[in-house]
Design a protein around this ligand. Structure first.
Ligand SMILES: Cc1cc2nc3c(=O)[nH]c(=O)nc-3n(C[C@H](O)[C@H](O)[C@H](O)COP(=O)(O)O)c2cc1C
Length: 371
């Protein structure tokens, strides 16, 4: 922990991203009222609100089939482009799943969107958790660590295609011979985020990803992951940026915020939550060390798809801002946020929380300079 605070602390202002609700049902598996739409009209307006509120990134989701409260799912790359077209500064991270995508198609699609949007598109390379989805679309379901071996090759191939002419690559999953993509992406090059935090995921992050995205967690537990990833990355002469998920509930009093979370959990759909829990734990079983994203998730944690309650951004704007600074001290560069009522709450977060975070960052900067 001490190491994380001293060696991995980024000096830049912490960044904010939000989960794009391009999938129906919101970000919690609950029958509580959610004033969140999954259609493009709602999402265009949300992206504009987020951009004005101080969010730098938006993350789309990829799912090919329904399940666990997500009945409808718009495709991530197409949806990301629509959001980029509706905004001016926001960067949109398009989720890409190896299997349905190969690096050839992903490189071409993303290079074109990068050219059309002055470099505002990024990708989140996900590795798959839903075996039923793979079965439904006739894709082989590789075991856990094989999925990451494929993802790593995918990223190496993407970078090669984006930066080299006559790119040649002989992998176990992908092969290229004298391939020259034209046009290539313009600068800034598309950033590569990754979803997943098992040992295989961390090792991959250390070697090839620009960003490591992990499920919600406490600053102490995030710091342990940061130490691990950054230690391995340093051995490769790299630094990986760290993003952590959180479900934010900012209300004028802590009691009001807690009551919202209690209601979300009380109205959770137990069958869907348990089925989701079974699927994700099963997906990680083949990860030998049992440290995958949901290895230690309780029923309550699983009501939010990516353990977002654990990060505890639940309370008053000041409490939340202070906890964000604790995450920053643990080595976090970006907080990825989900909300119950996205448009209203992203606007509130930008107005009430982000300025407090910036004030605390400035305060800490001053006291560090004085020390
Ligand atoms: C922030 C974040 C976003 C993710 N988005 C998606 C997604 O859109 N689609 C998907 O199939 N998996 C998604 N995943 C799942 C991961 O790619 C990965 O399969 C999962 O986290 C299991 O990883 P692990 O057991 O190796 O830790 C996401 C994960 C994280 C942390």
């Amino acid at each position: 922990m001490a190491d994380a605070r001293t060696t991995h602390h980024g000096s830049e202002p912490i960044k904010f991203a939000y989960w794009v609700p391009n999938v129906s049902g919101g970000l919690v598996i609950s029958d509580i009222e959610q004033r969140t739409g999954w259609d493009i009209g709602y999402n265009r307006k949300l992206a504009q609100i987020a951009e004005a509120a101080g969010f730098e990134y938006a993350l789309t989701q990829i799912r090919f089939t329904a399940g666990y409260g997500a009945e409808n799912q718009h495709e991530s790359v197409a949806f990301s482009h629509a959001l980029l077209a509706a905004t001016e500064r926001l960067k949109v991270i398009a989720a890409i799943l190896p299997g349905p995508w190969n690096p050839t198609l992903a490189a071409k699609q993303i290079a074109t969107i990068n050219n059309l949007t002055e470099g505002r598109v990024a990708i989140n390379l996900v590795s798959g958790w839903f075996s039923g989805e793979f079965r439904a679309i006739g894709e082989p379901w590789l075991d856990h660590d094989e999925r990451y071996r494929r993802s790593e090759e995918f990223i190496r191939a993407l970078r090669g295609i984006w930066t080299e002419d006559s790119f040649t690559f002989a992998g176990d999953f992908y092969r290229y011979r004298n391939y020259s993509l034209k046009p290539k992406p313009i600068d800034p090059q598309p950033e590569i985020f990754q979803g997943g935090s098992s040992r295989a995921a961390r090792d991959m992050a250390a070697r090839v990803s620009d960003w490591y995205f992990t499920n919600g967690n406490t600053p102490e537990n995030v710091a342990k992951q940061v130490d691990d990833v950054q230690g391995k990355a340093a051995a490769e002469g790299r630094r990986v940026k760290i993003g952590v998920n959180a479900f934010a509930v900012a209300r004028p009093t802590e009691a009001e915020a807690r009551a919202v979370v209690d209601e979300i959990i009380a109205k959770a759909n137990p069958e869907a939550v348990n089925a989701f829990g079974h699927e994700v734990k099963n997906a990680g079983k083949a990860s030998p060390e049992g440290e995958g994203n949901w290895a230690k998730s309780s029923f309550e944690d699983l009501v939010q798809y990516n353990d977002g309650f654990k990060t505890n951004l639940i309370g008053t704007p000041r409490q939340i801002a202070e906890r964000i600074l604790d995450l920053k001290d643990a080595g976090v560069d970006l907080v990825l946020l989900g909300f119950l009522h996205f448009q209203e709450e992203v606007e509130f977060f930008g107005r009430e929380v982000i300025p407090l975070v910036r004030a605390l960052e400035a305060e800490r900067g001053r006291s560090r300079a004085a020390a």
